[in-house]
Design a protein around this ligand. Structure first.
Ligand SMILES: Cc1ncc(COP(=O)(O)O)c(C=O)c1O
Length: 347
């Protein structure tokens, strides 16, 4: 019998004192030993991170908004940072055995699957990805081209069943290594060591009044927050979740379309990383139709294409910024530039 993965809802602890890892400075998020051994990791790392912090439109008279442009990463999203860190950690744990003996299993809302599949292919590692049947064709085509195995879960069952299906595979077929992004510290740490550390450097001494990020695993929200508050202890923590299934909702999971990377859980389950800061997080919810409108608005006003979770973040950052005086700065993140399918819907 194999031990089943720890359930999502089990209590989670990750003290800030455990976060003292090598940061940005090594250019590989603390995994330069792995990059040194495998050139495919090194070439991915060479174009990973160090993304721009762009000024985003905000209401006149209120605070300025700065947003991290994560589509600049090698496979086009913030999840490239996470794929690199989770996989580098798994490779490190795998030791001296050949990479062909490592078989990676993970569930995803989309972007992590794309990055993992690309990186695994380059490294000669087998990958198996569990996704919702609502996943866009452009993503499924990419995964097939990379030779990844894909398990699709009925969209009506929601993201919770996607996670549970991956757990069931891991328990039944132990030669697959489950990365488990919602409870894997490497997810949170990669954002603290790279995304957050970069923002601190790019702020160049300016004090952020608030940090706004959408919650998938909450790795971005909490990792960056922990980096920011080391030098800016008063920064407010603003979490964004879909109106169709907000943070910690007691409603059952549903198949309603939601902005990207936000799956949500339902049944009262909360994202483990976010529970670490339940006392600090201010929660806001945004509907999917409102995000599509904001994607179109951003494109009309600036010519920049942002994805639906970026649009959710922008909308909430605008709301927070409008209530603050001019010299204040609100920082947020634009996780990707949207899928072709979403842009077709808008135009
Ligand atoms: C487009 C997009 N936005 C936001 C997120 C949320 O990121 P996190 O898991 O760090 O909360 C994801 C995660 O998959 C994503 O793909």
């Amino acid at each position: 019998m194999t031990a089943a993965p720890v359930p999502l809802e089990a209590p989670f602890h990750l003290p800030e004192s455990a976060d003292a890892g090598p940061i940005e400075a090594d250019g590989h998020g603390g995994y330069s030993d792995v990059s040194d051994r495998y050139p495919a990791f090194a070439s991915f790392a060479a174009t990973l991170g160090d993304t721009s912090l762009m000024p985003a439109p905000a209401q006149g008279g209120g605070a300025a908004i700065l947003a991290k442009c994560e589509w600049e990463n090698p496979a086009g999203s913030i999840k490239d940072r996470v794929a690199y860190a989770l996989l580098a950690q798994a490779v490190r744990d795998h030791g001296d055995r050949p990479l062909s003996e490592l078989r990676i299993l993970e569930y995803s809302g989309g972007n992590l699957a794309r990055s993992l599949s690309q990186l695994c292919r380059a490294l000669g590692i087998s990958s198996r990805l569990v996704l919702s049947s609502a996943s866009p064709k452009s993503l499924l085509d990419d995964l097939a081209a990379n030779g990844s195995l894909v398990d699709l879960v009925d969209r009506e069952l929601g993201f919770l069943e996607v996670v549970r299906t991956a757990h069931a595979i891991a328990a039944k077929e132990p030669d697959w290594t489950l990365l488990y992004q919602h409870r894997n510290p490497a997810n949170l740490w990669c954002h603290q060591r790279t995304t957050g550390a970069e923002i601190v450097r790019q702020l160049a001494g300016r004090t952020p009044t608030a940090w706004v990020a959408s919650i998938g695993t909450g790795g971005t929200l909490v990792g960056v927050y922990r980096a920011l508050r080391r030098s800016h202890p008063t920064v407010r923590l603003i979490g964004v979740t879909p109106q169709e299934l907000p943070y910690g909702s007691a409603r059952p999971p549903n198949g309603l379309p939601k902005y990207a990377g936000s799956g949500g859980f339902g049944n009262g389950i909360r994202q483990p990383f976010v529970t670490l800061h339940d006392a600090q997080v201010e929660h806001h919810a945004v509907s999917y139709p409102r995000c599509l409108e904001a994607m179109a608005e951003m494109y009309r006003r600036t010519g920049v294409r942002i994805g639906s979770s970026a649009a959710a973040n922008w909308l909430i950052a605008r709301r927070i910024a409008a209530e603050l005086p001019r010299p204040a700065v609100v920082v947020t993140v634009f996780p990707d530039a949207g899928t072709p399918e979403e842009w077709e819907r808008i135009s």
